[in-house]
Design a protein around this ligand. Structure first.
Ligand code: PMP
Length: 439
């Protein structure tokens, strides 16, 4: 590693980070293997968040490293417009064996944000290509997180991610989020109450008329906003209403994909198939930045052959289907499948659930939510204090050798799918200790 000094802290404008607070006491990561990071001075940090919900197969997987190295030696880069390289086609073919049935066309991007903007644009272009060009309105959800592109923050519903950035896309509505129903507190798995909130889509349809609405986008389980698990039957209702009104349903599975919820995708676990599915993160085990949108054949073919079809999609990225990403992605899929990691996540779910819900009596805890290998632990707010309790818990946990994630007053957990039961116990006990010490 090059020499790193205190002066080196200045130039890097860190994303989604209070820079001054971080730089006053920088917490750095220098190496990673399996379930652990290591700090520059060699301290081991148990990773309970898979980096940023992305290193699903655990860190430093040799097969992925080798695949990247091999590909970099053979061909560093290939343009993806009017040219191709075999690995991109192989990766797409291999990927559609994992995506939900019917979603068998893959458009490559480089991130979750790009996947979201791509899916929104495909939805609009699809309607136009079949002569329904008035269907342009987009519907997101309060507290939704769909990355940081202008499309993503327009359909997203996290106030601070939107309020500094102008007027955003016009023609966007938001469904209510599904959080805050008192009877659902401390639900294990899917909450029972709240499926009726999907009916709000009918209100929006009545307001604008379905002939003007293109798509609805939701995270099946909202992650970054603090782990909001959908009420039983909610996603099924959304699907039915979309079908009734010829509205596309987009699932943003950037977090929930690749085993995170104990199935290849949340769509599989819930038995609800969207028309477009956004992915990233676990796609390459985060070893190379990559994302993708899976589309139905009907959408793909309409774009090529519809009444007003443009024949090609006027959209794409210099790095769509990057050779290193495809190499990493193919190796990643082999690990998921070879080690049965999606099934492993499902098998671990009951242990995980019992462990995280044992924090119910821990200090400051006002709600706990879980699904698959995700959990959200909500702490009572501390109005007026400069820093949320959860942020202090994050710092204290790191100093005790545990990486957790914080969003507002919520601790979010999403460990690599290779986690062992003993490590789950360690995660929970460290959080309990840390919460006892936070004021
Ligand atoms: N959608 C969802 C549901 C996400 O959780 C994220 C990232 N946390 C994104 C989109 C954006 O992904 P990226 O940061 O790779 O742009």
């Amino acid at each position: 590693m090059p020499d790193f000094g205190a002066n080196d802290l200045d130039a890097y404008w860190m994303p989604f980070t209070p820079n001054r607070r971080f730089k006053a006491n920088p917490r750095l990561l220098a190496a990673a293997k399996g379930m652990h990071y290591a700090t520059p001075d060699g301290r081991q940090i148990l990773d309970a968040t898979s980096g940023l919900w992305c290193v699903n197969a655990g860190h430093g997987r040799e097969a992925i490293t080798q695949a990247i190295r091999k590909q970099a030696g053979e061909m560093d880069y290939a343009p993806s417009f009017n040219l191709g390289h075999p690995l991109a086609f192989s990766f797409a073919s291999r990927l559609v064996q994992v995506t939900p049935k019917g979603l068998d066309r893959i458009f490559f991007t480089n991130s979750g944000s790009e996947s979201v903007d791509t899916a929104l644009k495909i939805a609009l272009a699809y309607h136009r290509a079949r002569g329904k060009g008035t269907k342009t309105r987009l519907i997101g959800r309060e507290r939704g997180y769909h990355g940081v592109g202008f499309g993503g923050i327009s359909v997203g519903g996290i106030p601070k991610n939107r309020m500094y950035f102008g007027s955003l896309l016009t023609g966007v509505d938001h469904l209510p989020h599904t959080h805050g129903i008192a009877e659902n507190l401390f639900s294990q798995g899917l909450p029972v109450h709240g499926a009726h909130l999907a009916d709000d889509l009918e209100r929006i349809v009545a307001l604008h008329d379905a002939s003007n609405i293109a798509a609805v986008i939701v995270e099946p389980v909202a992650g970054s906003t603090g782990v909001l698990v959908p009420p039983e039957g909610y996603l099924q209702k959304l699907r039915a209403i979309c079908d009734r009104h010829d509205i596309l349903l987009i699932f943003d599975e950037v977090i929930t994909g690749f085993g995170r919820v104990g199935a290849p995708f949340a769509a599989d676990r819930f038995g609800v198939t969207p028309d477009l599915l956004c992915m990233a993160k676990g796609l390459t085990n985060a070893a190379v930045p990559a994302g993708a949108v899976a589309a139905s054949t009907a959408i793909y073919e309409t774009m090529l052959d519809g009444a007003d079809a443009p024949i090609e999609l006027f959209h794409g990225y210099t790095y769509s289907g990057h050779p290193l990403a495809c190499a990493a992605g193919l190796a990643t899929l082999e690990i998921y499948q070879g080690e049965g990691l999606f099934d492993r996540a499902l098998a671990l779910e009951p242990y995980w659930r019992a462990a995280v819900h044992s924090l119910r009596d821990a200090r400051h805890v006002i709600d706990i939510r879980d699904f698959g290998l995700i959990a959200g632990i909500e702490l009572s707010p501390r109005p007026g204090a400069p820093t949320a309790r959860a942020m202090e818990a994050f710092e204290a946990a790191f100093d005790r050798g545990l990486l957790i994630r914080v969003t507002g007053d919520i601790i979010a957990l999403s460990p690599p799918l290779i986690i062992e039961q003993g490590q789950i116990d360690q995660v929970v006990e460290t959080i309990r200790t840390v919460l006892a010490a936070v004021e």
